[in-house]
Design a protein around this ligand. Sequence first.
Ligand code: DX5
Ligand code: ZN
Length: 225
Amino acid sequence: MKIAPSILAGDLADLASVLDVCRDGGADLVHVDVMDGHFVPNLTFGIPVVEALARRTSIPLDVHLMVSNPDRLLDDYLAAGATWVSVQVEAAVHLDRLLDRIRQGGARAGAVLNPATPLASVEEVLGRLDYVLLMSVNPGFAGQAFLPYVLDKARRLRLRIDSLGLQVEIEMDGGIGPDNITEVAEAGVDICVAGSAIFGAADPVTRMQELRKVGDWSKRARSSR
Ligand code: DX5
Ligand code: ZN
């Protein structure tokens, strides 16, 4: 199980320390929530912030674009050092073209689905994706409650990817923590984003290690069934 701490839930006045915590906990990716105040009500990390993060860490930056106009912003985030980039399908008028641009920019290409967005919205491009990010909260804020119905969506997506023999990874984002990571892993998720569960813990490094351990164990149990 890959763990991607969401830095939005960390101390935003001390992002260098947040990155140190990610390193010490063995984070596989650093999840960066880019919000534009339009696609979602909140406003977060601009391009210079992503540049600064990329200078400071060698952990791949997993940039989740919650913006109304990914077409206009994409190249700047790629140039800033994003190595994984996902766009919300609800905001992508030309999803196929955006995914090509992400890969041409040297990054791994992801499509994000809000909880209510059906899997059919990525069916035609599954073969051109490196990962699908399933939102398990409505995007906009850290610290929201997990929506359990998304687990079934993950199970169906896992079956579809496996039946096509594709290598597409499934990432899940929102409200994940020690109480539900077992179910998330059993549903076939490969990458868990966690914000509050990590940065709200008394010891974020230990929490990250625990999440990975439980996630790995549950994934192994799933694949041995
Ligand atoms: C929600 C963001 C998430 C969020 C995760 O809009 O996309 O990445 O920061 O935070 P938690 O784990 O606290 O729900
Ligand atoms: Zn996110």
